[in-house]
Design a protein around this ligand. Structure first.
Ligand SMILES: [Zn+2]
Length: 73
């Protein structure tokens, strides 16, 4: 399979809010030195925090979305 942009695409899919599909931002919490993801939509309360790396935050975001989709399928 020829997927030259697989990595770039891989970085993208993880950053979408599981609830409203808006972009989600991953930021570093300087106080606790952990990472958090947070929905960019002010009206959406989706958030996750306490991750030791950006990668873990991204994986957690994906798991959150998969759980959500399973519940409402
Ligand atoms: Zn959202």
């Amino acid at each position: 399979m020829n997927r030259p942009s697989a990595d770039a695409g891989d970085m993208r899919w993880g950053w979408i809010c599981p609830l409203c599909k808006t972009d989600a931002s991953v930021t570093r919490d300087l106080d606790s030195e952990t990472f958090r993801w947070e929905c960019d939509d002010d009206h959406c309360e989706a958030i996750g925090f306490g991750f030791s790396s950006r990668r873990r935050a991204r994986l957690a975001l994906r798991e959150y979305r998969e759980r959500y989709e399973n519940i409402y399928r």
